[in-house]
Ligand binder design. Structure first.
Ligand SMILES: NC(=O)c1ccc[n+]([C@@H]2O[C@H](COP(=O)([O-])OP(=O)(O)OC[C@H]3O[C@@H](n4cnc5c(N)ncnc54)[C@H](OP(=O)(O)O)[C@@H]3O)[C@@H](O)[C@H]2O)c1
Length: 305
């Protein structure tokens, strides 16, 4: 099969090449998915799982990309819950070959049915941003209707979904970002916007929940905004400062079939949308990931038209 591989941890996206790889075979509880669309996050080239398996053994050349939308083509021994020919989407394991390929093998529990009226491109844009937003808000953040939520990077991949989910669930949403992000953040559901480069974060006052996707200085200054009993949820690594009378949680997103279903339901009925920037085919993927000008939104690779 055709696949994009990486072999050099220091080369970044410039080290990606399109090549031929053996077709993967599903093991126990696995599903072989014919990839129609793939999502890749540049940060994954710095994750250990991209370069080594769970025992620390070199696994290069490895295939990046962890988000997929496609069709089930075969099932491994004992695999239940999904059937051949079914449309699916989900999250590939961090330390196995990924989705920038014509086929990928994924554990069944990491996939969910993709309704027929959701395009594969949209399906592949949802798993990481959507699950991260869902888990940060509802699982780790223990959000409750009526709370105020400060969403950093509210025009970005994760933040735009946090803003939409929080708003729908009854939050007062304050989004942040750069000056140019204002319109997009308000459009995704933020009721107020704070320009992190020009406005004073402290002017926001206290909030119930901070959802931080930026970390560093922004994350540290945000800890002081969390009211007593509130939460600082971060996906930008361990927090450098903690709320004086609140809880700080950092986490890494996990696959979850039920949550993928919740996200798909909201996309179907128009309550949720993802921000897609470039769409390229597998032949154009390396160029798309190395494009000189940045495009807001996720780059999705349509492996099959
Ligand atoms: N722990 C996890 O499970 C997990 C899951 C998903 C993502 N992540 C990580 O979370 C981060 C965000 O992911 P994403 O997909 O949402 O990224 P993204 O689409 O690039 O969104 C981040 C947004 O924040 C803005 N931003 C970043 N730094 C800023 C600053 N100093 N001041 C103002 N605005 C700033 C960005 O603006 P510009 O584009 O202009 O910089 C962008 O709009 C990434 O580092 C990603 O690797 C972690």
């Amino acid at each position: 099969m055709k696949a994009i591989v990486v072999t050099d941890p220091t080369a970044g996206t410039a080290g990606m090449t399109l090549t031929e790889r053996p077709d993967p075979a599903p093991g126990g509880n696995d599903v072989l998915v014919e990839v129609h669309a793939s999502g890749f996050t540049p940060g994954e080239l710095s994750w250990p799982g991209t370069w080594a398996d769970h025992l620390g053994r070199d696994r290069t050349p490895s295939i990046p990309g962890h988000e997929v939308a496609g069709i089930v083509r075969s099932l491994g021994y004992g695999t239940r819950g999904l059937s051949v020919g079914q449309r699916v989407f989900g999250l590939a394991a961090w330390d196995r070959d990924g989705t920038l390929a014509e086929s990928v093998v994924i554990e069944a529990r990491n996939l969910a049915p993709l309704p027929g009226d959701i395009d594969f491109t949209i399906g592949a844009s949802l798993p990481i941003s959507g699950l991260t937003a869902w888990q940060g808000l509802f699982v780790h953040g223990r959000f409750e209707a009526g709370q105020s939520v400060l969403v950093h990077g509210a025009a970005g991949g994760v933040g735009s979904i946090v803003a939409q989910l929080a708003r729908e669930a009854g939050a007062y949403v304050i989004g942040t970002g750069r000056a140019a992000d204002r319109e997009a953040a308000l459009d995704f559901g933020a009721q107020e916007f704070l320009d992190l480069e020009h406005d004073e974060l402290a002017d926001i006052g206290e909030v119930d929940l901070v959802f931080d996707v930026i970390g560093g200085e922004v994350g540290s200054r945000s800890a002081a905004l969390v009211r007593a009993g509130g939460m600082l949820v971060t996906i930008a690594g361990p927090p450098e400062a903690r709320p004086a009378e609140g809880i700080a949680v950092d986490f890494v997103v996990e696959a979850d079939r039920a949550q993928l279903g919740e996200l798909a339901t909201r996309v179907r009925d128009g309550r949720l949308r993802t921000r897609i920037g470039r769409v390229a085919d597998l032949g154009g993927a390396v160029a798309a990931f190395n494009a000189p000008e940045r495009a807001a939104g996720k780059t999705i690779i349509r492996v099959r038209a």
